[in-house]
Structures are given as structure tokens and as C-alpha cells.
Design a protein around this ligand. Sequence first.
Ligand code: ADP
Ligand code: MG
Length: 489
Amino acid sequence: MNNNNYLWEIVLSDIKKEVSDQVFNTWFTNSFIDKVDFNNKKITIISENILISDYLKSVFDPKFKTSLKNNTSIDFDIEYSYIGENKSIIEDKRIPEPSPDSFIKEKFLAKDKPSGMQNFTKQPSFIFEDYKEPEKKAVPLKNNKNKGLNRNFTFDNFVIGEGNNLAYNVALSVVEYPGVHNPFFIYGGVGLGKTHLLHAIGNELEKNNPDFKIECVSSEKFINEFVQSIRSNSKDQNLDEKFRNKYRNVDALLIDDIQFLADKKETQNTFFHTFNELHMNDKQIVLVSDRPPSQLDGLEDRLVSRFDSGVISDITPPDYETRFAIISFKCEKYQLKVDDNIISYIAGNITGNIRELEGVLKEIDIITKRTNKPVTIHMAEDIIKRRVKSSKKKIVPDDIINTTSDFFKISIDDILSSKRNKELVYPRMIAMYLCRELTDLSLPAIGKLFNKDHSSIFYSINKVSTFLNENENNIVDTIENIKEKLNNK
Ligand code: ADP
Ligand code: MG
């Protein structure tokens, strides 16, 4: 180590006293002092990328200066830079790349590792040996359902890999310093963990700041509430105000699937003002989308440029190692005993997204619990073959309505009717949910099918999602069973 970095070590030892291990490991372990110019009282701190560099500058600059002053009696000016041509310096510090399976088994699956240790990654920002279990802050989660947070989506059960490493790191920093990366915009394809990360941010923010007002909402729900607020405006002025208050008086606003705001001009206008107000007051905004801001057609330019002004991070599909790690992690969670060669087989064959991986595991779970037989490679093979076949098959709403009524032993006329008996309402809700999940139909189109307006469809689908989160009445099995029947048709 050269003298410059001896100085850096001293600064870091001061910083370490003030931040959690998790933040320290994420943001500081791969930065270093490149130049010390005593004549001009200038030093240069080099980081791994522009994001880290900006972050250190915006958040830690005063702390670095104080520490430098205390330790050297010099008032240094600090320049910040990041690795460009100098990449080799960082490369040298990387841990050697081990063979994937043995690496994952050794580092990630070791039984004696505490939970939360699922951070294996080849990225230098997380050197595994340095990783320490984050300090647990003993603040119980309040059961405030209004916040729209799914309690199952936490950082603890989010597996880190190459495709989501950056998004995860920014998410951690958003939680640690709300309002600094604003807005934080996450985008990526389906089933890659965007919603999971969004809710994890909300849950952790709440844990760290029990008094925070947090709203986590899908843009569909946001639009729906907005439409209702203006619709009833003539009758009830309060509703409009309620809507405004709900979203403008928060410490953090988390919105999922923001792409659905496209072409909703009036909602966009309201959202624009909400956004500005929150942003001006340094209230954290996190947005999730299926594409980057620049590709959000139908979204006003002024909104796109607001989104562009924050930190944008994408999530890309998991590589083999990450898939292997996710399957292993979920098997432990479901208490499923699955051999490594079977995990490897699944990881090698399901390459699309994490929701699909979960689908395979859920089927394995159902089958093994029903038959009481151990998991075999043939079982995995069958399930995967069937899923691949069915993903090619197009499911139409008629199939869903027929199969769901058949499953619940009710007539098609009844499922499509407006009768309010409990035995009919529940299957109807499930059919609506499946139409949304398995077909391309919009909410109004599903509404037409069931003779309802899109807001009651929205309400029903939301209800099913809530039931699914809590597995009320064993709804997960019910839905999996109906899907199985649909696929076997
Ligand atoms: P998206 O919103 O990107 O479509 P979700 O966040 O709904 O995807 O993720 C789909 C499923 O996969 C969820 O059940 C989620 O918990 C799981 N999942 C996604 N990413 C991860 C991850 N990195 N680790 C563990 N589970 C994950
Ligand atoms: Mg999602």
C-alpha cells in the first residue's frame, strides 16, 4: 500500500465509526486516494464508477475533509473521479473467480451463515469476505396495511447477482440516506425482482424510520384513485383533497409499473405536481418501470426529464450462478430438499426470469407434498417440459372462464353473472385475476367480459393479490391447480 492509501485508511477508519457495515462495504471498499498534492492542498479520490463517485461527493465530502484536517492539520480540497482508463487498478483487487457451483456452495449456501448472507457477487463492490451481517435495528414493523407494502419482499430474501447488483446497492443507499438519489428509477423486464426491490425499500425505510409516512402503490392504483377523485369531485370536494393529501404528504412515495401512466394525460399532470412537491422537499421517490425513461412513449417530456435527473438503474436477467443461488435460497425457504444436480438442471433450463424459477419450485413443492415422494430429476424435467409447452400455447379468456367454473363446480352463466353469493364471488375474482395474468387483456376489456367497470375488476384483482400474499384459503394451490388444468387442456 502506498502512502496515499495509508492516508485513505485513516480517513476510512473515521468514516467506519459513523456508518453501518453494509454502507461501508458497499461504498468505500473499492475507492482509494490516487494523488496527494501537498503544495496545492489537493487530493483525488478515485471510485469504481460514477455512481459511487457522485455519492461520496454529495454525501461524504464534509466528513472526508474533517477527517483529513484532524489527521493532517491540512485543509484539503477533494477532487472526485472514477475508474476509466485506470481500470486495471481495480481489477487487481478482485477476488479470483472460482468455479460457479463450488463458489456458491462454499460461500453462499454454507449452513452456518446467518440469513442475509445471500450476497455473492463477482463485483468488486461486494467482496464476500468483507461482508458482515448488517446491524439489526430492533424496530418492529408496524402492521400498517395502508402503505401498500408487501411484507414478504425484503432485502433479506433478495438474492444478489450480477443483473441486480447495482440496483440493490443503490436501493440500500436510498434506505440509508433517503432523498439523496432522487428519484431512484429502476427498470427491467418482467419477473426480475423490480417490485420485490421496491417493496424492500419501503419495508426497510419503515423499519429504520417508524414515523415515516410511506406510500407504495402501483401506477394502476394511482390512476384509479385519481379518476375516482375527479369523478366524485362534483359531489364530494373532499375526495380530491384526500387524494392530494395522500400522495403529497409523504416521506417516501414508491410507484410500481410507472409505464402504465403513458397516455394518461390528466393523471400525469397531477403526478407531475406531486413529484415536484416531494422532490423539492427532498422526499424520496422510487419509480419502477419495464423500460428506461427515454423509451416511455406517451409520457410527457417534462416527466421523462424529471426521471432522468435522478439515479437510474436497470435489472437484467439472472446469469446461471444467480439462478442457482436463487433456487437454492428458495428451496431452503420452502424447506424443499433438492439435490444440487437438480438445482443445476433447473438453473440451466429456466433462463428467462425469476418468477418462472419460482413457478417450477412451487410445482415441485405441491407435487412432493401431495405425493410425499422425494424430488427427482425426472420430476423437474416433466415440469419444465410442460411449462415450456404451455408458454408457447396461447391461453384465451374463454379457457380461463371454463376451467375456473369447472374447478369450482359452478356454471359459466353464474361466474359471468352479477350474483353476489360468496360461492360465486370468489371464483369470479380468481377468473378475473387469471385473465389479467395469463392474457394480454386490459382492465376495461376484462370488465367487458364480466360486465363490470374496470375499477371493480381492479378491486377484485387486487384482492386476489392480497390473498395470494397471505395465502388465504390456500389460494396459491387453488390458482396453481387451475393453471395446471389450463396447461393440460
Ligand atoms: P418484477 O416486478 O420485476 O416483474 P417481481 O419483483 O414481482 O418481478 O419478482 C418476481 C418474483 O421473483 C417474486 O416472487 C420475487 O420475490 C422473486 N424474485 C425476484 N428477484 C429476486 C431475487 N433477486 N431474489 C429472490 N427472489 C427474487
Ligand atoms: Mg412488478
